[in-house]
Design a binder for this molecule. Structure first.
Ligand code: PMP
Length: 307
């Protein structure tokens, strides 16, 4: 997904506040120095979160994954997950958000440009803005193009981290897919097995069961986990296994899951077309219901927004 999908106005020229290292700063002043370690060496980590009715869905899971991503990149955040949760709630409340997007990001600072930067300061920012229709592939779903770029092996890149470094690959893949007239790229993993889209996990419906790659070379998506639970609740079998690309020919339905994409039907992969089937439609509905039901069920401020 490109920035063009995300923005209504330039992201550095808006009203409001951004939480930066424990303080609320005016939106336009939330800047960092050009000689920041994170900018040069791709070590920053981030999250993409979604607020529904002013509450962030699975907030604690996202804060926890941000911390785990930083650890994978060799640094610790100077905040606990509970503190990040509280800061996020404050930012969302101050933005007066109903439906919106939340972007926490962490990076190593400008104390040193030594590649090995054990002592370099660590910074965290959290911004939130209205973004009611985050991602919409259209009623018929999104068209994917298999990318020449692949998800790297776990011994080649910190594949478990939601790290900026990995998004260089997704960005290239997404750009090429869009230039070819597709909605997003489908990346294979380093062994040529089906992996994921640029910002979403992949599911195939084969013989009434869900089949999805294990989170070895793909991000362990929070939506993925949620949808697996929902599928079990609907009595559907879920098989986590390595999938060769020829499995696409066996699939009756294909869909993606992600915080931004929610449950997104796939209309085509390359030249192969798919209809939005009953199972995908049921999961689209179940997920939409869940993210909104969390508003009704969870009314106490200190509780998890996970619903
Ligand atoms: N894979 C990638 C590469 C992603 O960027 C995302 C979005 N964070 C996902 C999968 C889906 O993860 P989640 O459900 O946690 O948003």
């Amino acid at each position: 997904m490109t920035e063009a999908h995300m923005s209504f106005a330039p992201l550095d020229d808006r009203d409001g506040v951004i939480w930066l290292d424990g303080k609320l700063v005016p939106w336009r002043e939330a800047r960092l120095h050009v000689l920041s370690h994170g900018l040069h060496y791709g070590g920053s980590v981030f999250e993409g979160e979604r607020a529904y009715g002013g509450r962030v869905f699975k907030l604690h899971e996202h804060s926890t994954r941000l911390m785990a991503s930083a650890r994978e990149m060799g640094y610790e955040l100077p905040w606990t997950a509970d503190e990040l949760d509280a800061a996020t709630r404050e930012v969302v409340a101050l933005a007066g958000l109903d439906e919106g997007y939340v972007r926490p990001v962490a990076w190593r600072g400008s104390d040193s440009l030594r590649l090995v930067a054990q002592d370099t300061s660590v910074h965290v920012a959290i911004a939130a803005w209205p973004w009611p229709r985050v991602f919409d592939g259209g009623a018929r779903g999104i068209r994917l193009r298999t990318s020449r770029w692949r998800r790297p092996a776990p011994d080649t890149a910190p594949i478990r981290a939601k790290a900026a470094a990995l998004y260089a690959i997704g960005s290239l893949a997404g750009q090429e897919a869009e230039q070819a007239g597709y909605g997003d790229a489908l990346l294979l993993d380093h062994r040529g097995r089906l992996a994921e889209a640029t910002g979403a996990n992949l599911f195939l419906v084969i013989g009434g069961e869900l089949h999805t790659p294990p989170p070895e070379c793909v991000l362990d998506g929070i939506t993925r986990r949620t949808v697996i639970e929902l599928a079990h609740g609907l009595g559907l079998a879920v098989v986590e296994r390595h999938l060769a690309p020829d499995q696409l020919a066996c699939a009756d339905e294909v869909f993606l899951t992600g915080t931004a994409y929610e449950v997104q039907p796939v209309a085509a992969v390359d030249d192969r077309e798919y209809a939005v089937g009953d199972i995908t439609a049921a999961l689209v509905k179940a997920y939409a219901g869940l993210v909104r039901s969390a508003l009704v069920v969870d009314t106490s401020a200190g509780q998890s927004e996970s619903g």
